[in-house]
Design a protein around this ligand. Structure first.
Ligand SMILES: Nc1ncnc2c1ncn2[C@@H]1O[C@H](COP(=O)(O)OP(=O)(O)OP(=O)(O)O)[C@@H](O)[C@H]1O
Length: 243
């Protein structure tokens, strides 16, 4: 399912935090939202999943204009702060999410086995989440977000605070999920993660300063580093030009 964001703007308390943003993510691609803290990545994700409304502009998933309740079963969302119940086991957490998605018991059982295996938590399924490490919670949170086989998956800073080895594992899992045709939108402020993605949206002060295939974006820099694009953008801002 293609995602089309057309001239979307959003203000909070009269401060514009998303400024006329427009781009299209082709079906089945991984797109990252890259930008410094406070640049607007989470707000853009919340707009796209329909958690908040835009002041202007439109967001379409395929032919459907968001927000649309019927689309909820096709969307997976992994929030920045894990939305898990500490006092429940891993599998009870997944059962809770399965209930939200109205999955039938047979389907839920099969999917629980599949997603726990994908995130390497099968042997910890009976353990209470309060005894999980931070990395295990991240992986369980990812498992919960894909339980219902969403067509589009939103991941808000999924690797923040994660060590490099586990980060590699988690990215391998994203690539595995992509193989099933899922479109993935992932926010990050780790510049190196851009090379894991097909497309990148560079967000700075609520504006989209670049959106392109990652290969092409890296070509237009002198040193092949994405940071350079942000340095150029901040220079333009200080000079008074719009970015
Ligand atoms: N509900 C809200 N009310 C008022 N201001 C908000 C609200 N949500 C976000 N903002 C503001 O919007 C701006 C963008 O925030 P957002 O969380 O989208 O950035 P971000 O790029 O995701 O940051 P981070 O990487 O730190 O998560 C910030 O200035 C933030 O303070």
């Amino acid at each position: 399912m293609d995602i089309q964001v057309s001239h979307v703007s959003k203000s909070f308390d009269r401060k514009q935090v998303i400024k006329d943003v427009a781009f299209t993510i082709p079906s089945g691609e991984i797109c990252c939202f890259l930008g410094p803290s406070g640049s607007g990545k989470t707000t853009l994700i919340r707009l796209m999943i329909g958690a908040i409304g835009a002041d202007s502009g439109t967001i379409r998933f395929g032919d459907v204009q968001m927000p649309n309740l019927g689309m909820l079963s096709k969307i997976g969302f992994m929030p920045q702060n894990d939305a898990l119940y500490d006092d429940l086991s891993a599998e009870s957490n997944l059962r809770f999410f399965g209930g939200l998605y109205q999955m039938n018991p047979g389907q839920l059982k099969q999917r629980m086995n599949e997603v726990l295996a994908l995130v390497n938590l099968s042997e910890h399924r009976k353990k209470l989440v309060r005894h999980f490490s931070g990395g295990m919670k991240k992986r369980l949170s990812l498992a919960a977000s894909i339980l219902h086989q969403p067509e589009v998956l939103f991941l808000d800073e999924p690797t923040v605070g994660i060590d490099p080895v586990l980060r590699r594992t988690i990215w391998d899992q994203f690539h595995e999920i992509k193989k099933s045709g899922t479109t993935i939108v992932v926010s990050t402020h780790v510049m190196d993660e851009v090379t894991e993605c097909d497309k990148a949206a560079l967000i700075y002060n609520g504006a989209l300063i670049e959106y392109d295939a990652v290969d092409r974006l890296l070509e237009i820099t002198d040193n092949g580093k994405v940071e350079e694009l942000f340095i150029l953008a901040s220079g333009r801002t200080q000079g008074g030009a719009a970015v």
